[in-house]
Design a protein around this ligand. Structure first.
Ligand SMILES: *[C@@H]1O[C@H](CO)[C@@H](O)[C@H](O)[C@H]1NC(C)=O
Ligand SMILES: *[C@@H]1O[C@H](CO)[C@@H](O)[C@H](O)[C@H]1NC(C)=O
Ligand SMILES: *[C@@H]1O[C@H](CO)[C@@H](O)[C@H](O)[C@H]1NC(C)=O
Length: 458
């Protein structure tokens, strides 16, 4: 598929059109896609560059510059919708839905007043530490449709960092244990690579304590004690083959998420599983629902002392037979977790796969199809269907700090909990103002937050 700015001239349009029809291969599609937009979108629906004002299709407005598309007719099965980032469509009579990108969601500009026909949809695939206020009942329940890491979302993105079953079972980077044992003369048993220090999960404080009891090679900026070669120091090098070669020499990788919420699982878990290094995982408390096998990772219990974990890792380091139990699934290429296999099989989007839609396409089409569903119901004089986000679609507990004595940590560390508690008040205030359904100024919003606080304090 291809898209083109409405401002470009017709002649160019026609030429490009002919060109595209002649050599429409996936490679060309991909290149055009990369050229035309900064975001990671790939689209395969046939679309036309259009500049209609009186569109005969439902209009869906992205209330975020995410896609950068000023106007595109998207095809979703038999349904078509006009997608645009142009906010002046707010008052267009055909406008049926607004799409919000969680990290950008800002109180400063919202499409108010919200008409009865305006469905709101939230796309939030990033870390929960971005924009905590969405994570509370009064705000999240104002949306009709959701896409998030939660398995409860209308479009669950829990496996968004995992390409496929084959990526998990591949043995491309697997090193024989005997070789790893020889490397132990120069390398620690455990590796840690993190440059986003002191996030809400408080992982660095845990790791700092763990390092008192077992040797950890730490290549990132957090708790740094070993250098990466210069060309791998950039965070974009995390998927570099040379970086994989460094990780795969170790027996254990500390795979610690930046926030602790059910279903919030990132490449930190999948990467070691793909490489054949045992992840020591701290993150989603329900990670067992998503692991390839019940014995494929060592799950950190935050209530147990790190010393105990260190002892267990040291014991595994000395007992090849026990260590290998964690790699049995990999060696046999067997994924026993039906939930994981089913989720990967049933998801309608791909990860780094140009042969499949990506999750933004699928999200847009989910909303487009639901808008059409109600149009058809209206035509048949049936009552409209109602969709509503639930609290579980975006839910994280308040961040908790470990209480080990720490030698160094930033003030950032102290901030998360306060920020989460504050975000509850903001969500309550915003929920109230949105339910009043009048536009408001930033000052009015803060006054509401403040009023609210007084009430809770009394
Ligand atoms: C946005 O849409 C309006 C019509 O609704 C149009 O007049 C305006 O030029 C568009 N803006 C851009 C940047 O395309
Ligand atoms: C969308 O959500 C709002 C707020 O909860 C609700 O009033 C409205 O009926 C919902 N619309 C649809 C089509 O589900
Ligand atoms: C609300 O919107 C109207 C029309 O867009 C505008 O005239 C008014 O000043 C706005 N009110 C506030 C409080 O922003």
């Amino acid at each position: 598929m291809w898209r083109i700015s409405v401002k470009k001239r017709c002649a160019f349009c026609l030429c490009a059109c002919a060109f595209v029809f002649l050599i429409m291969t996936f490679q060309v599609i991909e290149q055009l896609g990369q050229f035309e937009q900064a975001s990671h979108r790939q689209q395969f629906t046939h679309v036309q560059a259009i500049q209609v004002i009186d569109v005969p299709y439902p209009v869906i407005v992205w209330w975020s510059p995410l896609t950068g598309e000023l106007g595109r007719l998207g095809e979703c099965g038999r349904n078509r919708c006009f997608f645009t980032v142009n906010k002046s469509y707010h008052s267009h009579p055909q406008t049926k839905a607004f799409l919000f990108y969680g990290t950008d969601f800002s109180i400063e500009s919202l499409p108010l007043p919200r008409h009865e026909q305006h469905q709101w949809a939230l796309f939030h695939e990033e870390s929960p530490k971005n924009n905590y206020k969405l994570f509370h009942e009064p705000l999240i329940t104002l949306f009709n449709h959701t896409a998030s890491f939660s398995r409860h979302a209308h479009l669950p993105l829990t496996t968004q960092h995992l390409e496929s079953i084959n990526a998990l079972t591949a043995q491309t980077h697997l090193l024989p244990l005997a070789y790893k044992n020889r490397l132990r003369k120069t390398l620690a048993p455990v590796v840690y690579v993190q440059s986003d220090c002191d996030p809400p999960s408080d992982r660095d404080v845990y790791v700092q304590e763990l390092m008192q009891h077992i040797q950890v090679d730490s290549y990132g900026q957090c708790l740094h004690n070993k250098d990466l070669p210069p060309h791998l120091r950039d965070s974009t090098a995390m998927d570099d083959q040379n970086f994989y070669q460094i990780l795969t020499q170790y027996k254990f990788v500390l795979a610690f998420e930046n926030a602790i919420c059910d279903d919030y699982i990132t490449e930190k878990l999948w990467r070691p599983l793909k490489l054949g290094v045992v992840p020591v995982y701290y993150g989603a408390p329900n990670v067992h629902m998503w692991l390839p096998d019940s014995r494929s990772a060592i799950v950190v219990d935050p209530d147990e002392p790190p010393k105990k974990l260190a002892q267990y890792l040291k014991w595994l380091d000395k007992n090849d037979w026990e260590y290998l139990k964690y790699l049995e699934w990999k060696l046999k290429r067997e994924i026993s977790n039906v939930n994981l296999v089913t989720a990967l099989k049933e998801r309608q989007w791909g990860v780094q796969d140009i042969g499949q839609d990506n999750f933004i396409d699928v999200f847009e089409c989910m909303v487009c199809n639901r808008v059409w569903e109600n149009i058809h119901r209206q035509e048949k004089k049936l009552p409209s269907k109602v969709w509503r986000a639930e609290e579980s679609h975006l839910k994280c507990p308040s961040p908790k700090l470990f209480d080990f004595a720490v030698s160094s940590s930033s003030s950032l560390r102290q901030m998360w909990r306060a920020s989460y508690e504050q975000s509850k008040k903001e969500a309550r205030a915003l929920g109230l103002m949105l339910r009043r359904n009048r536009n408001f100024t930033v000052t009015q919003f803060w006054r509401e937050v403040f009023t609210d606080r007084e009430e809770t304090d009394n």
